[in-house]
Design a protein around this ligand. Sequence first.
Ligand SMILES: Nc1ncnc2c1ncn2[C@@H]1O[C@H](COP(=O)(O)OP(=O)(O)O)[C@@H](O)[C@H]1O
Ligand SMILES: O=P(O)(O)O[C@H]1O[C@H](CO)[C@@H](O[C@H]2O[C@H](CO)[C@@H](O)[C@H](O)[C@H]2O)[C@H](O)[C@H]1O
Length: 473
Amino acid sequence: MRPSDRDIEQALIGWLPRQRWFAGKGREIAQVEIVSGTELSGPGAPPGPDGPELRHTLVAVRQDGARDLYQLLLGFRHRLPDRLRYAEILALDGMHVYDAAHDPELTGVLLECLAAETRVGPLSFHRVPGAQVETGLTSLAGTAEQSNTSLVYGETYIYKLFRRIVPGVNPDLELNLALTEAGCRHIPRLYGWAEMRVADQGEDRPATVGMLSEFLRTASDGWQLATTSVRDLYGSPAEVSADQAGGDFAAEAERLGTATASVHRDLAEAFGVRQVPPQALRDAAARMEDQLDTACADVPELARHAEPIRAAYRDLAELERPVPVQRIHGDYHLGQVMRTDRGWVLLDFEGEPARTLAERQAPAHPLRDVAGMLRSFEYAARFLLSGTPGVHHRESDAAQRALLERRAREWADRNRNAFCRGYADGGGPDPGAHRVLLRAFELDKAVYEVRYEARNRPTWLHVPLSSLPHLTT
Ligand SMILES: Nc1ncnc2c1ncn2[C@@H]1O[C@H](COP(=O)(O)OP(=O)(O)O)[C@@H](O)[C@H]1O
Ligand SMILES: O=P(O)(O)O[C@H]1O[C@H](CO)[C@@H](O[C@H]2O[C@H](CO)[C@@H](O)[C@H](O)[C@H]2O)[C@H](O)[C@H]1O
């Protein structure tokens, strides 16, 4: 017999905070409640006498008076193979309950549902018009540090199992659908998606719960490529400059800028562009100041950089001109782009994970994405400098330290210039002609990163903090 919902809910209180994708880490869980359970075993995966069985589950988690929804695939087995031990949530009365995202014997059913456009309980599965979905492929759950869980099926598909579920269409799906329709070549091919009805203020609304895309089998992600280039420079003799180093990244950075401008253009055509009055910049500057205040309260080391940051926000508020806004990526960095044999491809249009859906859907100036990527060049250049494994240098060796600092600056500047050139040549607003906007956006992102790192990866906190003196002078 399966454990009761109550037993599972109790076990989830301890299990959820250990999951990388759980957004409520560090806050006490007051309650977990299973709000929906849909049997998904069969017809593609009929359970044997010993299981396994699959139940699609939505849980509501209460923390600090807030209620968030999370999607789980619960597996049930009488005997849990050793390879699934790490995914166990609970074992009771001879039944194991576990995270079935890691069980390829169960996840095949998702492909079958997508192929057949199944409707079951509150769930419905959809194919992009004209797309076929092949079934019978084995999945492997990604191990990347992610906000969601990705299942790679063979070498063909990647299914993004959204973890935190918010009523409405997830911007990742919304933007991928629009870009697919626009024939954009800088996104992975989209095959289908899953949604479920969830109760929202007394009404049932559809919420996106999964998305099936082409798996970019031979691609490398931008972060890996960029940091390889940085390592190459750091490992070269002192007299070798960034442009002479074998692993120079600038040509790729320039192409990435051009691809970014192309995606921005497609998004502008699909969703429109509107001009917002100067008051909107004053409002934006005020919001940035609020974020800064909150971040300074959370991370006191930030306070010593606060004054020049505020000055940059004041400059923004004083810009007396309307600015164009449109849908953008929203959380753009090197980990969100992959270099394929058909050029750069952009991933994950969800926006910053901690923001509300309305904030993530709000149109913004496209240079916000440019600022995000420029911050990422800064990260790639700086994260090897100290506090992280990879480059070994004696802290006491001031000359070595100064050389690495100089090289970090040189690498970041060279690649940011290349990216901005590619972006302007590709038809985007010239970053060099909008310095006040860009500086404010970069600082706002850096403040966000300080909070993000303090909460999620404290050993990385030095990266955004140590980049601030350069940004604020
Ligand atoms: N279509 C794809 N092909 C190959 N790898 C992918 C694809 N989509 C995502 N990935 C890999 O999975 C990682 C996480 O994907 P992402 O969409 O950013 O998920 P999350 O929202 O959970 O952060 C990416 O950084 C990339 O390495
Ligand atoms: O990819 P996510 O949507 O989960 O984005 C979050 O996590 C990112 C880190 O994984 C974080 O990005 C920051 O670190 C990157 C290096 O790991 C760096 O390239 C980015 O520039 C930096 O912002 C992102 O901010 C956060 O929202």
